[in-house]
Write a protein that binds this ligand. Structure first.
Ligand code: SF4
Length: 409
């Protein structure tokens, strides 16, 4: 993608394999999420993993906090459609149990497992099995001696925590590593990742931890992750939302698609913000369209526009769109009117045309349409609307007279 001010260049990193998924070294940026079920609940966890994979999740993490969870992982891993990482916080023995269960990766928190012999025991086992580890530094659970020496959870302290873990790994000749330095503060995590990117070429896993519920959580996570991605930093991402994890996966996927970093998989729905000229409830139609497309894999841009006066022109780059006019929906393909449908069929027609374009292409869609008739009807509705409302939907002329009256008073 060529955009002024953004070369699209990415920081060059080593590549590791998490199961069959490559991370770093020029591989597509991946989306991660974490199950919220008890890992011992094998069927419940697998159900969630399938839902996550359908929403665009490439790699999933499950907690391995007790022996029952490790037993669960042994049954989950072979049936999971995507690689499974075990999240380990305090007990290094749970890491060894998860490896025995066949997981594709581990996440260790260096602030919680601190004894060098434990860290090295896990790293040696991972080396022998060629299983990667994420060093998951978290500002909220930093090693107390680093916290004290740096006077708090600073970017420098977080980077040092990661480096110290890397040194232990090097002692046992293990380097299948990716790293995260997450914080709930966006400026702190951005700075920590920037500093980390200067001192290592290991792939980086981006995230704003404990971002909270949407929409504020989505904004926070996007602010941190997108800032770094636009600087070329980051190889895999996770939204940490207080919400159904499917929302995390969907958000991650959508962010990568919006930045042009992953190929579009689902519909990109654009809609006008509506204004006084709107002939329909744009918010409602856009919501119904979003629901109708759901997780359908139709990688097209679809527009919902409030009026035929400006809609087709403003959304002329969309693959397919609908604009409202005189209680009817005007369908347009790449800005060209192709059909006029009753208002209550707007959403179903949009889906039907999108499916047709996805299957047969834009030219076939235009060829099957009576474009002349559609354009004639669109022109008629346009002039009708202009006659009704004038080209002054904001009543500007009346406002200008009023402004003048007040200034003169
Ligand atoms: S002019 Fe029409 S397309 Fe533009 S915002 Fe208003 S209703 Fe939507």
């Amino acid at each position: 993608m060529k955009v002024e001010g953004w070369s699209g260049e990415r920081r060059s990193t080593r590549q590791i394999q998490v199961g069959g998924v490559a991370v770093g070294g020029g591989a597509p940026i991946t989306v991660q999420s974490m199950t919220v079920t008890k890992t011992a609940d094998v069927e419940g966890t697998l159900q969630q993993i399938y839902a996550l994979a359908a929403a665009g999740c490439d790699i999933v993490r499950c907690t391995c906090n007790e022996p029952e969870a490790a037993v669960g992982l042994a049954q989950i891993v072979p049936r999971s459609p995507i690689p499974v990482i075990a999240d380990i916080h305090h007990q290094y023995k749970m890491a060894l149990a998860a490896l025995e269960a066949g997981v594709h990766g581990l996440r260790l928190n260096p602030g919680n497992i601190r004894r060098p012999e434990h860290i090295k025991a896990v790293a040696s086992e991972c080396r022998d099995r060629a299983v990667p580890i994420r060093i998951g530094v978290n500002a909220g659970s930093l090693d107390p001696d680093l916290y004290e020496r740096h006077g708090g959870a600073t970017p420098e302290a977080m980077v040092e925590s990661a480096q110290r873990e890397l040194d232990y790994f090097a002692e046992v000749d293990f380097d299948l590593v990716k790293i995260s330095v997450k914080a709930s503060s966006v400026p702190l995590m951005v700075e920590a990742y920037r500093q980390l990117a200067e001192v290592t070429d290991h792939p980086l896993h981006l995230g704003v931890t404990e971002a909270g519920p949407p929409p504020a959580g989505l904004v926070k996570a996007t602010a941190g992750i997108a800032t770094l991605l636009m600087e070329g930093i980051g190889d895999t991402i996770r939204y940490s939302l207080t919400a159904d994890p499917v929302e995390e996966a969907r958000a991650g996927r959508q962010l990568l698609e919006a930045l042009g970093l992953r190929e579009r998989k689902n519909v990109d729905l654009i809609a006008c913000p509506s204004c006084g000229r709107a002939e329909i409830d744009v918010i409602d139609v856009a919501r119904r369209a979003m629901e109708a497309f759901g997780e359908r894999q139709i990688p097209l841009q679809v527009a919902v526009m409030g009026c035929v006066v400006n809609g087709p022109g403003e959304a002329r780059e969309a693959d397919i769109g609908i604009a409202a006019g005189n209680k009817r929906g005007h369908l347009f393909v790449k800005g060209r009117n192709v059909a006029v449908v009753p208002e209550d069929e707007m959403v179903s027609s949009l889906v039907e045309w999108a499916e047709f374009i996805h299957e047969h292409g834009t030219d076939a869609a235009i060829a099957r349409a009576d474009t002349e008739r559609a354009e004639r009807e669109a022109a008629r509705d346009r002039s009708q609307l202009l006659a009704d409302k004038g080209d002054d939907a904001n009543d500007a002329s009346a406002r200008i007279v009023e402004i003048g009256r007040r200034l003169d008073a």
